[in-house]
Design a protein around this ligand. Structure first.
Ligand SMILES: Nc1nc2c(ncn2[C@@H]2O[C@H](COP(=O)(O)OP(=O)(O)O)[C@@H](O)[C@H]2O)c(=O)[nH]1
Ligand SMILES: [Mg+2]
Length: 449
């Protein structure tokens, strides 16, 4: 398919125990023979001396020859595991280039895997997601996509569309006749069901930023209740200034932590109260903005004080699915239970400074995430903006088809809308002939992947 033999380090540049260099393309069997002075057994871990074109032994290393195209790229592939010395890696790359290889472009190995039918496009894109995932749930979603979950969901929609199209096309042979209403009812119903399925799939996109950027969790409350202390307790670091003087946190501070399989972006905000200075007022305004875009609110109360006085805009934003009430300073003697405040929300009693109740808080957060955000577990989740927009385009075409069926237009019109929808969906798994799109897509990869 392609004549070039490409080479690139697959590991990051830097000192490490080992590095990985990949070579892929038609020249690989001949190169392996020349470098190691033998034809290594295919797909076997082999120890050998890497000998340069000038006859210098550069490294003694382990390598694997994936011959007969049974490899990641679907081409002959050689994987070298030299010592993780950047200078030594450079020498091997230079040697391979002087033997006629070319340095690979970003994502070129995966691009070849796609072109050789080893992966569909949605799987190829999942490779980036696996590399970038920073929580168990993000990893799980990416792994499913890599195993073909998105491709399967899309293919099953396309299969149903093909069936409807075939039914409609049976009428195209009689162009003078409009589609009789009784014969458009079946396809119309099937289309409505398909649009609903598609909506469901498109809606899963909302979880993509939750999974990849993290769940946005905002700590809020009156000044001096222990919001910054809570952030420090959750991160296990003294990240934020804690002070007995109210109003110390004026801007907001963000930290990332893991709770169960989720990544959380925890944001500490300025205390909300009647501001005495302009600077404080700005801080409070920012806190309110943070609340609006939050996925989860942790409302901290000082359990030694009587009921908190938070503004109505804040109180109105609190409900059982997006809020955990954190009663803090329960280590102090006078500590009434504040269960009357936002009574429908889960309450947890902690001491941020003594680090008690934090496990209960983490489970309450986990429950709120699983009950409130309903991040789907098994099914395909649309993570990529490209997939979402392809599905959206397909949905528009299906809407047009439905209109045409309802108007009893000639069957060709609806059939042609369905073809357009199939075309849009095909772009998700890769039945496309757009080189620019492929360039753009694979450029997001790292070199060597
Ligand atoms: N006794 C006690 N004091 C606490 C606790 N959490 C915070 N504090 C104290 O409350 C004051 C305000 O804490 P801070 O985290 O700065 O509150 P913020 O203004 O809400 O961010 C500080 O003097 C903290 O040491 C706690 O659980 N128990
Ligand atoms: Mg603070």
């Amino acid at each position: 398919m392609t004549a070039d033999t490409i080479v690139a380090p697959a590991t990051a540049n830097g000192e490490a125990a080992l590095a990985v260099i990949r070579v892929s393309g038609p020249a690989v069997p001949v190169l392996a023979q020349a470098i190691f002075a033998k034809t290594p057994p295919p797909r076997r871990v082999t120890l050998g001396n890497y000998t340069s074109l000038e006859g210098e032994i550069i490294d003694s290393l382990v390598y694997v020859l994936y011959a007969d195209k049974k490899s990641y790229t679907g081409e002959h592939l050689l994987e070298l595991n030299p010592h993780g010395n950047p200078w030594l890696v450079r020498k091997i790359l230079d040697d391979l280039i002087s033997r006629g290889c070319r340095l690979a472009e970003a994502g070129e190995f995966t691009r070849r895997a796609f072109l050789n039918g080893k992966l569909d496009l949605s799987q190829a894109e999942a490779v980036v997601q696996v590399i970038q995932a920073r929580s168990d749930r993000a990893l799980q979603t990416a792994r499913r996509q890599l195993a073909g979950s998105v491709g399967r969901a899309v293919n099953s929609l396309v299969d149903s569309l093909l069936q409807i199209t075939a039914a409609l096309e049976a009428y195209i042979d009689f162009p003078e006749e409009d589609l009789p209403p009784e014969d458009s009812a079946g396809p119309s119903n099937s289309l409505r069901n398909l649009i609903a399925e598609m909506d469901y799939l498109i809606a899963t996109r909302q979880y993509s930023s939750l999974l990849h950027d993290g769940v946005k969790c905002v700590i809020l409350g009156e000044p001096n209740v222990g919001k910054s202390s809570l952030l420090n307790a959750l991160t296990g670091e003294d990240r934020v200034i804690v002070s007995a003087e109210p109003g110390t946190t004026r801007d907001y501070v963000e930290e990332r932590i893991h709770v169960g399989p989720y990544l959380l972006r925890i944001i500490d905000t300025a205390g909300i109260h009647d501001a005495t200075s302009d600077l404080e007022e700005q801080g409070i305004h920012r806190s309110l903005q943070q609340i609006e875009s939050a996925d989860l609110l942790l409302v901290v109360l000082d359990s030694t004080r009587q009921s908190p006085t938070l503004p109505d805009v804040v109180i109105d934003a609190l409900h059982e699915n997006n809020t955990v009430i954190v009663e803090n300073k329960t280590d102090l003697v006078i500590s009434p239970i504040l269960e009357g405040f936002a009574a429908s929300c889960p309450h947890v009693r902690i001491s941020a400074s003594k680090h008690t109740g934090l496990d209960e808080l983490r489970s309450a957060i986990l429950n709120a995430l699983e009950d409130g955000l309903l991040i789907p577990d098994e099914s395909a989740v649309i993570v990529s903006a490209r997939h979402a927009s392809a599905l959206q385009d397909a949905k528009v075409s299906l809407g047009n088809a439905l209109n045409n069926l309802n108007k009893n237009s000639p069957a060709e019109l609806a059939a042609s809308d369905l073809h357009a929808a199939i075309q849009s969906m095909g772009a998700i798994t890769g039945k496309i002939d757009n080189e620019d799109m492929l360039d753009h897509l694979f450029n997001q990869f790292c070199i060597g992947k």
